[in-house]
Design a protein around this ligand. Structure first.
Ligand code: ATP
Ligand code: CA
Ligand code: CA
Length: 434
């Protein structure tokens, strides 16, 4: 994954989509956040709020550059997840995503055809998802919610919002907003996407030369004989959390998820990519009438210093300061500097507390020179017809238990066993060597 994707300017094919997504989020999310918090009800899990945007505007929605419809799914549930369990500051969340209309597009890194977009401060990812994934997330939302509630340190993807944009000719685009596991302020020197499956799970060595930091897979990890270096304490915590998370994934009957591992080598630091830590800012040049900013009261004013209680959280201020302190002249006009250190919500989470990640430790729990960024991603694939067929076909030419598509209970146990095996001193037994 390149640190920064392609910025979407007005001439980009997906500019309208980006504009609509961000406008919908800005208006929809601030509308919900303006209300006084109340306990969740069962109905909140099936609720959806609709917004209709056009160039004229009305009482409910300000004028927009394009005609489109926006749906916010289970807004109160996601609000509760964000604020109570994921420790996001409400104003900060909206600012990160929508204070300037800037996203960078990663294109479609997986096979699924999903598109990935980064918020301009690199903290959030917007992933377009299939309709089936969307329906699935709604179906299991309560279980997901309860899991997060009972497991504040879960490694599962943190979903911050589920939305839909409908374009005039009827095209519907579903998307989720989630955490970027990788921090804005640290280079990731190696990336692995691990499933515990070994068939077809190798990024070809010969292609590695051509691509900067490609996403490597299970067999690359095994062939290198790598381990996650954790001493007894972190090892126990991580193993226990992974155990609980895989039980949850088994319970909702999904498969095909993976453990994403980003490795930052502290000795190498950020030297390799100094320039990449700078995002070029595309000034969206929104006409004056569109320059409204969300506030918590739902109105729209020039927001600079207004938020709940009149101020932003210390983290929000720190992030904003870090972004302001960039020297535009030195970096060239239209660039900003990403924050140098982690100041946000991550400090609340055991596995993300060491500079946004989890630092390697030795057997005496002393720190080592690596920081890992870990999380379980792509968790919305039920074992449906497509995957069952894939299981059948792939199983004809390879070991039926080592191919990626297997039934969820088998997938979960294989996943967990693999993860225990790659943790130094873990009890997952020996890794399969071909
Ligand atoms: P497929 O179904 O073919 O596996 P997908 O489109 O569902 O692909 P994902 O598996 O979710 O995509 O992600 C593809 C890649 O994008 C990952 O291997 C990882 O490199 C990157 N990625 C996904 N989610 C995150 C995240 N939360 N933080 C950082 N990087 C991510
Ligand atoms: Ca995947
Ligand atoms: Ca997928």
């Amino acid at each position: 994954v390149p640190l920064v994707g392609n910025l979407i300017g007005e001439d980009h094919v997906n500019y309208v989509l980006m504009y609509n997504m961000l406008t919908g989020i800005r208006i929809g999310v601030s509308r919900c956040q303006a209300k006084i918090k109340r306990p969740l009800t069962d109905d909140d899990f099936t609720a959806r709020h609709k917004f209709s945007f056009d160039i004229v505007g009305n009482e409910l929605t300000p004028s927009a550059k394009y005609d489109f419809k926006f749906k916010d799914y289970a807004p109160w549930v996601f609000r509760s997840l964000r604020e109570e369990y994921f420790h996001l500051d409400p104003a900060d969340y909206l600012l990160s995503l929508t204070s300037k209309y800037i996203l960078s597009e990663l294109g479609s890194p997986g096979k699924s055809g999903s598109f990935f977009y980064f918020s301009r401060d690199y903290r959030f990812i917007i992933k377009t998802i299939r309709h089936s994934e969307h329906k699935f997330l709604l179906r299991v939302l309560k279980q997901y919610y309860n899991h997060v509630k009972e497991n504040p340190h879960t490694l599962l993807s943190r979903f911050y919002g589920l939305h839909r944009v409908k374009l005039p000719r009827g095209r519907k685009i579903h998307f989720v907003i989630m955490n970027n596991l990788f921090p804005p302020h640290k280079d990731i020197h190696e990336t692995y996407d691990l499933k515990g499956s070994t068939v077809g799970r190798e990024y070809p060595e010969e292609l590695k030369k051509h691509k900067n930091n490609p996403v490597l897979k299970d067999m690359n990890w095994i062939n290198k004989g790598l381990k996650l270096e954790f001493g007894p304490e972190k090892r126990a915590l991580l193993t226990e959390q992974l155990r609980r998370d895989k039980e949850m994934l088994k319970a909702i009957d999904v498969m095909d998820y993976s453990l994403l591992v980003g490795i930052h080598n502290m000795r190498r630091g950020n030297r390799d990519n100094v320039r990449k830590n700078t995002l070029k800012v595309f000034d969206p040049d929104i006409p004056h009438t569109h320059r409204r900013r969300p506030t918590l009261s739902g109105g729209s004013v020039n927001h600079q210093h207004k938020a709940k209680g009149g101020t932003f959280s210390p983290e929000a201020i720190a992030v904003r300061r870090a972004m302001r302190e960039s020297d535009p002249k030195r970096l060239g006009k239209g660039t900003i500097r990403l924050p140098e250190e982690d100041t946000g919500e991550r400090q609340h989470f055991i596995f993300y507390q060491d500079e946004g990640g989890l630092r390697a430790t030795d057997e005496t729990n002393e720190n080592m020179g690596t920081i890992y960024y870990l999380g379980v991603i792509d968790i919305l694939t039920p074992y449906g017809v497509v995957k069952k067929l894939e299981h059948f076909w792939k199983g004809l030419s390879a070991d039926r238990h080592k191919i990626s598509p297997v039934p969820p209970p088998e997938y979960a146990e294989r996943f967990f066993t693999f993860m225990k095996a790659i943790i130094r001193g873990g009890d997952g037994g020996e890794l399969f060597k071909p």
